[in-house]
Design a protein around this ligand. Sequence first.
Ligand code: UTP
Length: 296
Amino acid sequence: MTPVRKAIVPVAGLGTRLFPASHAVKKELFPVVGPDGIARALLHYHLLDLDAAGFEEICIIVQPGEEATVRAYTDGPDDAYISRLEGKPELHAEALKMRELGKRITFAVQHEQEGYGHAVYQAKDFAAGEPVLLCLGDHLFRGAPKSPAAELAEAWSRSGGRSVSAVNRIGPGQLKGYGTIAGTRLPDDPQLIDVSLIIEKPDVTTARGKLRVDDLGNDEFLGWFGMHLLAPSIFDILGRMIRDDIRDKGEFQLTRAQDLQREAEGYVAMEMTDARRYDFGTPADYLDAMLDFAKP
Ligand code: UTP
């Protein structure tokens, strides 16, 4: 089976909920203090996590004209700046690591903001027929002892080559924010769920009627965690949706493509029980996430 070695981070959204701060600086470049006390851009944590999980190549999806701005950060500082950091060993090491990571990044452009699925489709050539890990650009993830990215990469062989989405338990009040699944646990690997339906942001009645997972309570559901391991056919499916103009609420949604992929070749979800997700997409969530993420 092809190993998973490529990852995608879309950062081409409009960031309207964080206006006006997001007007001149992309939200994925906003500062976030890490548990080690170092201030990095949000996007930087994705790069470090993906590197630690063994990913070799990373594709960042940007809006037209944004590559230079993002590169100005991800390429790391120049030699003169690095020499200024020599008296600060932690920051010096950080700068050298940035330069190393920067060489493994490629960029793809989303010319129009037509939704998350449309953003992912721009990485078709980067994926080049290989499975890819997809991380929600304005979220961060943490898990111990393994990161969610590492767990998902390992799940690829357990899923038999089917896509795997990380999910976690949500209540009725959270359904409006997440893709939600129905399914049955694999008898010999109960962390994995054989998915029988995927619906984006269902209403409570639909979820209660259709989105059941065998052992969960009446008002417990499994919703997207924000990270997916996508089998290669997702790009053909997204390509067909774009060609045939199949939109939901005006956008090309990834969730629709995932459900079509499920129908065609099966789909697996992996329940994350100890891992955490931090949402940086709204002012209130940004504030909470910033304070929580900094805790060791
Ligand atoms: P969001 O759904 O939070 O959208 O995207 P957004 O446009 O960034 O934010 P608001 O709603 O205007 O405040 C989740 C992630 O997907 C990327 C975003 O950059 C973000 O990291 N995204 C979203 C794209 O790359 N392209 C899109 O068309 C939409």
